[in-house]
Write a protein that binds this ligand. Structure first.
Ligand code: NAI
Ligand code: 15L
Length: 268
C-alpha cells in the first residue's frame, strides 16, 4: 500500500519548508522533526538526531521517512560526524527497531563532487560512477548511501538515496543550470521514491530535465519520476552576469562546483 504517514526530518530547513507545502497535495500526512523549533506547528517534534528515545517515538507507526535533517554544507568534521554520520545511523536504527519499511535519504551530488563534469557531447554521469566526495559533508552522504545499502542487505529496510543537485526556487549560478531541481520536481521525485514498488536500495540523481544536465536520470525515471521543469529559461541572464563555465577552473569543471576548493566557497 502507498505510504500515507511520513516522518519529515529537517522540516524547518529550506527543503523541508518547501516539502511541507508541496507534499500534502500528494495525500501525505507529515510528522515533522527538527532540532529547530517550528513555531507555527504545535505537533512538530523538536529534537536532535542524537536523541535516540525521541527518534524511536518519532518513527513509531510511520509508513516511511523522508530524511532531510543534517548539516547541509561543509563544516568541521566533528559536527558532520555528530549530525550527519551518527545522526543518520541513529535514524536507521530507530527505523529498524520500529519496523519502518522505507527511508528516502537526502544524499547529495557532493558524494560524487570530484567527478569531472561532462562536456557537451560527452556521456552523462551514471549513478554507478565511483564515489568521489568533495568535502567531509560529501563524505557523510557517501556514508549514508553505504549505511542504506547495509540496512537493505541485512535488515530488508528499503532506501532511495537521492543525490540532490540544487533544489531552490530558482537556479542562481551557471553551474546550477546543470544540476538544478525545481521544488515541484523535487516533490515529484520524493513522491516517486516514497511510492515505487520494490526499490531495495536505489540511488538516483535529483534534478529537473535540464538542457545542460550532467547526470543520468534513468534510475529516477525508473521509479516513475517524470520531471517537468528545465533550468534553460534562466540561462541567458545567468551567463550574461557570470560568464560561461571554464572547465579548466577546478571549481567549474567538477560536479561539486566550489565544494572542491579548499576551503569550499559558497555561493556558486
Ligand atoms: P537546511 O540546512 O536548510 O536544513 C537542514 C535542517 O536539518 C535544518 O532545519 C536543521 O535544523 C536540521 N538539522 C541539522 N542537524 C540536525 C540534528 N542534528 N538534529 C535534528 N535536526 C537537524 O538544508 P536543506 O537545503 O533544506 O537540505 C535538506 C537536506 O537535503 C540536507 O540533508 C542536505 O544535505 C540535503 N541536500 C540539499 C540540497 C539542496 O539543494 N537544498 C542539495 C543536496 C542535498
Ligand atoms: C548541497 O548538497 C547543499 O546542501 C546545497 O545547499 C547546495 O549547496 C547544493 O548541494 C549544490 O551543490 O548546489
Amino acid at each position: 500500500p502507498a505510504p500515507r504517514t511520513v516522518l519529515l526530518t529537517g522540516a524547518a530547513g529550506g527543503l523541508g519548508t518547501l516539502m511541507r507545502s508541496l507534499l500534502p497535495e500528494y495525500g501525505y500526512t507529515l510528522r515533522l522533526f527538527d532540532v529547530r523549533p517550528l513555531e507555527d506547528e504545535p505537533d512538530a517534534i523538536t529534537a536532535d538526531l542524537s536523541d535516540t528515545a525521541a527518534l524511536r517515538e518519532a518513527v513509531r507507526g510511520v509508513d516511511a521517512v523522508l530524511h532531510l535533517a543534517g548539516i547541509s554544507l561543509e563544516a568541521p568534521f566533528e559536527k558532520i560526524l555528530r549530525s550527519n554520520i551518527e545522526g543518520t545511523y541513529n535514524l536507521y536504527e530507530a527505523a529498524r527497531q520500529e519496523g519502518v519499511p522505507r527511508i528516502v535519504f537526502a544524499s547529495s551530488n557532493h558524494a560524487v563532487g570530484f567527478t569531472p563534469a561532462p562536456r557537451p557531447g560527452e556521456p552523462l554521469i551514471p549513478v554507478g560512477t565511483p564515489r568521489r566526495p568533495d568535502t567531509f559533508y560529501g563524505l557523510s552522504k557517501s556514508f549514508g548511501e553505504d549505511l542504506a545499502q547495509l540496512y537493505w542487505d541485512k535488515h530488508g529496510l528499503e532506501t532511495v538515496s537521492v543525490r540532490i543537485g540544487s533544489c531552490f526556487p530558482e537556479p542562481t549560478s551557471v553551474r546550477m543550470l546543470s544540476v538544478w531541481m525545481s521544488p515541484a520536481d523535487g516533490a515529484r521525485l520524493f513522491h516517486a521514491a516514497l511510492t515505487a514498488e520494490e526499490v531495495g536500495h536505489t540511488v538516483v540523481y535529483g534534478s529537473s530535465a535540464n538542457t545542460r544536465l550532467w547526470w543520468d536520470l534513468s534510475t529516477a525515471r525508473a521509479l516513475g519520476y517524470e520531471p517537468q521543469d528545465d533550468s534553460e529559461p534562466y540561462a541567458g541572464k545567468l551567463i550574461a552576469e557570470q560568464g560561461e563555465l571554464d572547465p579548466r577552473n577546478p571549481a567549474h569543471g567538477h560536479l561539486g562546483g566550489h565544494f572542491v576548493s579548499d576551503p569550499p566557497i559558497w555561493p556558486y
